[in-house]
Design a protein around this ligand. Structure first.
Ligand code: CP
Ligand code: NVA
Length: 303
C-alpha cells in the first residue's frame, strides 16, 4: 500500500492489516505505551474544508507516534491563490514524509499522489472518506467480534460516507444495504463495484426495507460540506423519510448498533433518542479515528 486514496484502491488484505494494527496501537495507548514508530517523520495536514475530528486526531496521532504534524490551512497556502496541485505535490515531497489532505475533488488527491513521491492520505473528499470508514469498521469489530456475515445499512444521501461504507463493508465480508432518494444515489464507480457482490448488496429508496435485520445502521448529514447552498432543497427531499428513528430501529436486529461519523444534526438524519441511546458506540467510533489513522500512518510512512 503506497497511499490511502479511497477504499476502492485499498486491497482487502491492506484493510485487514490497518484494522489489526489499529487494535494493537489502541491497546498500547490504553497501557500508557507510546512507541515512536515514526520518530523524526513529518506529515502535512492540508485542509480545504472545516474539521474537528480529522484535524485533532491526525495531529495527536502523529505526535503519539513520534512524528511532527504541520496543520496547513489551504486558504493561506499558495494553492489558495491558484498554485497547481502538481507543483505543490513536488515541493512538499521535498520537505515532508507524508500528506493528509481534505478537499473537494478526488482528482486533487490523485494528482498529489501522481506528482509527489510521498504517501498521500485522503482525509475526506466529495467522493470518499476512507479514514472515517476504517474507524467505523474497527468499532463494529470491537462490539461484534467480527465483520464477516454482518449486515450494514446506510440511510440518507449517497455521499462520500455512503460510497466508502459500501466499499469497506463489502471488502470485509459484510453485506450492505443503502436507502437513498432518487437523484441522491451513490457514485456510479462504487455502485459498479458493489453490484459484483450480488445479493450481498441492496440499493433501495425505502429506509424500512434497507434496515431489515441490520446489525449496524449508519447515516450522515443531508447536505455535506460544500453543499450548504442546496440545504433547503435537500431538506425537502429527505425530511420525514430518510431518518434513523425508533420506528426504523424496529426493523433492525434487537442488538443493532448505530454509528454516525459526526457532526450530527439531531432531528434531521437522526433523532435525539436514537443518538443518545447509541452514544457510547458513536463516541467510541470518534475515538477510533485516532487509532485507525495511526495505523494508516505507520503502514504508509514507516521505513
Ligand atoms: N467525521 C469527521 O470527519 O469529522 P470532522 O469533519 O470534524 O473532521
Ligand atoms: N458527508 C459529510 C461528512 C462529514 C464528516 C461531509 O462531507 O460534509
Amino acid at each position: 500500500m503506497k497511499h490511502l486514496l479511497s477504499l476502492l484502491e485499498t486491497s482487502e488484505q491492506d484493510i485487514q492489516d490497518i484494522l489489526n494494527l489499529a487494535d494493537i496501537v489502541k491497546a498500547e495507548v490504553k497501557q500508557g505505551i507510546y512507541k515512536p514508530y515514526l520518530k523524526n517523520k513529518t506529515i502535512g495536514l492540508i485542509f480545504e474544508k472545516n474539521s474537528t475530528r480529522t484535524r485533532v486526531s491526525f495531529e495527536v496521532g502523529a505526535v503519539q507516534l513520534g512524528a511532527y504534524p504541520l496543520f496547513l490551512d489551504a486558504s493561506t497556502m499558495q494553492i489558495g491563490r491558484g498554485e497547481p496541485i502538481q507543483d505543490t505535490a513536488r515541493v512538499l515531497s521535498r520537505y515532508l514524509d507524508g500528506i493528509m489532505i481534505r478537499t473537494f475533488e478526488q482528482a486533487e488527491v490523485e494528482a498529489l499522489a501522481e506528482y509527489g513521491d510521498i504517501p498521500i492520505i485522503n482525509g475526506l473528499t466529495d467522493f470518499a472518506h476512507p479514514c472515517q470508514v476504517l474507524a467505523d469498521l474497527q468499532t463494529i469489530r470491537e462490539y461484534k467480534g467480527k465483520l464477516e456475515g454482518l449486515k450494514m445499512t446506510f440511510i440518507g444521501d449517497g455521499n462520500n460516507m455512503c460510497n466508502s461504507l459500501m466499499v469497506g463493508a463489502l471488502k470485509t465480508g459484510m453485506s450492505f444495504a443503502c436507502a437513498c432518494p432518487e437523484g441522491y444515489l451513490p457514485d456510479p464507480k462504487c455502485l459498479d463495484f458493489a453490484k459484483a457482490y450480488g445479493d450481498k448488496f441492496q440499493l433501495t429508496n425505502d429506509p424500512m426495507e434497507a434496515a431489515k435485520d441490520a446489525d449496524v445502521i449508519l447515516t450522515d448529514v443531508w447536505a455535506s460540506m460544500g453543499e450548504e447552498g442546496e440545504a433547503a432543497q435537500r431538506k425537502a427531499v429527505f425530511e420525514g423519510v430518510y431518518q434513523v428513528n425508533a420506528k426504523l430501529m424496529e426493523q433492525a436486529k434487537s442488538d443493532c448498533m448505530v454509528l454516525h461519523c459526526l457532526p450530527a444534526h439531531r432531528g434531521e438524519e437522526i433523532t435525539e433518542d436514537v443518538f443518545e441511546a447509541h452514544a457510547n458506540e458513536i463516541f467510541d467510533e470518534a475515538e477510533n479515528r485516532l487509532h485507525a489513522q495511526k495505523a494508516v500512518m505507520v503502514l504508509l510512512m514507516q521505513d
